[in-house]
Design a protein around this ligand. Sequence first.
Ligand SMILES: [Zn+2]
Ligand SMILES: [Zn+2]
Length: 1023
Amino acid sequence: MSKFVHLHTHSEFSVLDGMSRVTEIVEKAVEYGHSAVAITDHGNMGSVPKFYEEAKNNKIEPIIGQEFYIVEDVKKTEKGEQSHHLVLLARNYDGYRTLCRLSAIAAENFYYRPRIDHNILRYFGSDLKDIMATSTCMSGEIPNAIMNNKPKKAKRLLSFYNSVFPNFFLEFMQHGDVKSRDRKERKFAEDEEKINETLWEYHTKYDIPIVVTNDSHYPEPTDSWNHEFLLAIQTGAKIDDSSRFKFRGDGYHITDTSDMRNHFPKAIWKASEQSMDWITKNTRIRIPELENKEHYLPSTGVKSPSREVRRLSIVGVNSRVPVSKHKRYIKQLDYELEVIKKAKVENIFLVADDYVKDAKKHDKEVGSGRGSMAGVLTSYLMGITDVDPIRFNLSFERAINPARPSLPDFDIDFDDKDHVVAYLRKRYGTENVLQIGTLNRMHPRSTLQKILKCLNYDFRTAVAYSQQLPDTGEMIANRSSRDIREILEVAAPDIKQLLDDDPRILELMVKFDGLVQSVGKHAGGVLISAPGQPIRDIVPITKISAEKEPVSQFDKIALEKQFGFVKFDILGLSTLRVIKEIKRLVDNEDLFKDFPDNDNLDDEEVFKLINSGSLTGIFQLEGFACRQAIPQIGGIHDFEDIVSIASIVRPGVTQFIPVFAANRKKKNKFKKVNVQSGSNEKGTIKIHGIKKLDKILESTEGVILFQEQVMAIAQHIAGFDMIRVDDIKEKIKAKATDEFDDMRLDFINGCVEQGYKIKTADYIWDMIRRAAGYLYNRAHAVSYSLITYQTAYLKANYPLEFFTVCINMAREGKKDRQLVALHDEALDLGIKFLRPSLTRSETWCNIEDDKIRMGLAMVKGVGETTASEIVSTRNEMGVRRTLKVLPKKVLRVNVIKALKEVGAYGNKYADEDKQVALLGFSLRDHLSHYRKRIKKASYEKGNEVLFGGQVTEVRKQKTKNGDDMAFAKISFGAEQNNVVLFSDQLADFGNDFKVGNILLVYGKKQPNYSSIIPEGVELLNGN
Ligand SMILES: [Zn+2]
Ligand SMILES: [Zn+2]
């Protein structure tokens, strides 16, 4: 006897509508003994990679489908248009490809939703033979016409669907209850009955086969309420709002055969059984791309890729390497080319080389490297990357392991990534290039916040609770604690209280955690497929909005690991735009000659600048963590120090700062003793007293900072072969530190075999263990530090140009704090600013007599377009006429007002506050007399602080007991400190804390470090 099979199932990929995870759907099918199961998500097939794998592993036939949105005419885009549902199911691989192509067309016709129409279906013609279609739910076109008493229309639609699809089924659903007391529920049930009766008529009259389905949206019957809650989250409704959207009827779970049989009259069931029988016999999907573990490499069309890679590399040897070193470089190159040839990945190098060359040809700024591929000499010689791996001791094996070659993963930064993506489309064809999508999943913090919002908690309370849970970043760093129950078990006491008070919350958290909540676009991942293999035929695509470029419905892991596509990361980096703009402004041959690359990285001015703390605008170093860490480690003295500092301030690694600093002191002492004693003992300075270890960790003061260092330790100290070195690297990359202990014994034994004592081996293992979860790869760190050095070099040597460009970019990017910081640092260096002027300003800031003239676009409310229109008209006809001829559309009243207030009419500007409001800072340097004094006096020791600045805000409040208290903000350039004054402090210093006053404040930081309680105050601009 044939069994029932679910043909209408929504998974979590029916975003915030389906609650079943793909694994749950397969598990249920196994549990109920179904031979196959379909997934039919709304406008989405994102479940496929997981579904295919899980189903095959469980010997269930996956029926891949989609519930499409269908409209009358996709060319019409009317607000509030009615779209209908249409379930399509693939019978085989060709059918799957047809669904993918249909998805691509639906994405192209995106309007609020991806949409198709009748004409599109007609266009597919005989390709639809590999597809099964059903009349679908109540939102299907036919049921909808029946429900609305349009029998003629229903029949017309029936004949359309039945003729266009060789395998068309009438779909029977039964969710309503005609005896319900609720009027709306009853109406729903009656509609359902009417539809089913009419469909039965069609069946008997036209002999169209029928199937029974369950419109399942969640795994268990008991999930009904949880699912309602999910819908409330989706629609942004409160759970106790009776008018919120919910499903009528019930039973939207995954169910078993007997339950389904009981739901339907015998005749319907019998007819459905026949169809089920036919469907299970005639549906078999094998997706070859998912079966054979092959890679589909793109090609630039070169006949002999390996010869071409070698040729390009040799060109690089001649242009990038001094003759005396040729032998050494060619030796490494030959070794790499051997591995690359064995892995058959030359084409990946050629593709990357091709788009980098195109970008450079079009004057685009290309980053010096990013990620592990910067460690490959071949990339450097070909000119894809710009750091010399031999000079910086980078590891080829970190990028491509000879024992287990993986696909090279090129990550490259550009100032204009859109140019590169457009070029790729042109070069390889739109069909063969696709941007990768990402799946954003619900994580504890956002889940709790959403649940609480639905439960009527106010926004602030919801945020306050949820912020006590780890965020996504932390969760990724600590994979081991992924289980939501475990996370909640160790949560803060008030979270526990919350869960005790309302047990529903825990259940909802468990049900929702990790569900897909939206689809996004990967930062830079672009797929390029092999010639003759259009990606859209194999990968369904979607759009996030009508204007945006289409992206894949699968994430990068599925695309690379399961489908075998090759991904290239094309990333935008705004710092590259900064560098380019400064170069353009400087326009000086010397700069181009001396611009820092591999060999000239020892400009003392650069290190002096960094150590002075003038870090705004310097790539990687401007964050608070760096400002703090640089003095802690005793300053920056060479390029390696920049590499170290940029790596040591990353989350998790900061714990090593004190050790780094202490080891550095030890080393310096050691050096001094050596010099004094006249010893010329060569080699590594002792830190751990283990020669090989000290050598490996030499550049990082005996601290493990890089993945490559762990690889070197495993290879040279524990004697691991390259396979095991790769194992340990993979674990570090995946941050799978909980699996680390499995390798301990192996490591210890290896060390002992190499002649080390067990104690020594343990000591080293312990170091690795502590660092492993947080490490960077050195190739990346060095490449990025080169950009850091370059920006610092420009700031130290061309400050006027540097500040002009950075200030413009800060305003453009609406980075107000950075803007203030830049202005402040420029004043420190004695740079003068000129106010905006209708006669002299350009659109953006420019240099005028060694001063920075504010651009008109700097004035808030003016904007770039207006500013540039004013400037170009003025240049043509002079100021007077400009003011007359420019239409009101450009010179709006508020634009004129803003320009007058800021003094651009040559008038005296209105007042300071207005100027600050319009420019983001005051052109007058209030702090100028006090700047030096404040800087000199400032210090921080433990929780004790002394700082100064101008009072910019005072907010008075009452405490719970009714006492007065106040919060004040003190600004010193970009620095801002929060001060709390309770009644005692108010009595002592209340008079000093007035907006505009410039103060020196001594006080104690509160334990949470967010504010300071003053203990002593000195008024500097006394009155
Ligand atoms: Zn539907
Ligand atoms: Zn549905």
